[in-house]
Design a protein around this ligand. Structure first.
Ligand code: NI
Ligand code: MN
Length: 226
């Protein structure tokens, strides 16, 4: 799996020849100015919840690419009813085999409403299993004991975790989360986009390495193979 970072919580996953975009918030993010969403490929768009900083580029991307939305029932229904976009609705605890791999939906501790106030269902995380690997995309979440359930069923090769604090768990809690999910390679997200989620990169990496774990902080536009 190739994972490319587009800033904030936005990632592209290339899996079995398919392009998946996660929580696209790229064109409104000044830090992601180097990324042109009109050049991005998308077969699927995975949305962890309905907050604006996770969905702002959905319209432009779906209208151009016809990508299918994978999210919870309320988010998929919202886009289908209001805009006619196609989607595959799932919910916490559910799994489905797509043409790129298997998706498991897990819980997240957060909230979820659209910019217009519409209820966005429960926020979720995703575990994607494909090409013999499994990765966890937690979405916006607090540290939660539910994370301990994940290694009962999955051996994670990498995890995308929020580390910026204020809206989500912070670095210290993400270190504990990495223990709960039994994963040694953490890719940070949801940091540095705005002043109250700015982090010290060197200090954050040191906290992970002191526990024998790696924190990867990708430059916007950079990729990592897992
Ligand atoms: Ni959020
Ligand atoms: Mn967010």
């Amino acid at each position: 799996m190739k994972i490319t970072y587009y800033g904030h919580s936005s990632f592209e996953l290339e899996i079995n020849g398919k392009h998946l975009l996660v929580d696209p918030f790229i064109s409104p993010n000044p830090k992601s100015a180097s990324i042109d969403i009109n050049t991005l490929k998308a077969d699927y768009i995975l949305l962890t919840h309905a907050h604006y900083d996770h969905i702002m580029d959905v319209d432009a991307l779906v209208e151009r690419t016809k990508a299918k939305i994978i999210s919870n029932h309320e988010v998929v229904t919202y886009f289908n009813t209001n805009k006619g976009y196609e989607g595959h609705a799932m919910n916490q605890g559910g799994s489905w085999d797509f043409d790129f791999g298997r998706v498991k939906v897990v819980s997240a501790i957060h909230s979820s409403s659209f910019p217009d106030g519409t209820y966005g269902g429960n926020p979720v995380g995703f575990i994607i299993s494909a090409e013999g690997k499994s990765i966890y995309i937690s979405g916006d979440t607090a540290l939660t004991m539910d994370m301990k359930l994940i290694p009962l069923f999955f051996k994670l090769d990498a995890a995308l975790l929020p580390i910026g604090g204020n809206f989500t768990m912070d670095i210290d809690e993400a270190v504990v989360a990495a223990d709960f999910i039994e994963c040694d390679k953490i890719i940070g997200m949801h940091y540095d986009t705005a002043p109250y989620i700015e982090i010290n990169h060197d200090a954050a990496k040191a906290k992970f390495s002191s526990k024998g774990k790696e924190l990867v902080l990708l430059e916007i536009g950079d990729s990592i193979n897992v």
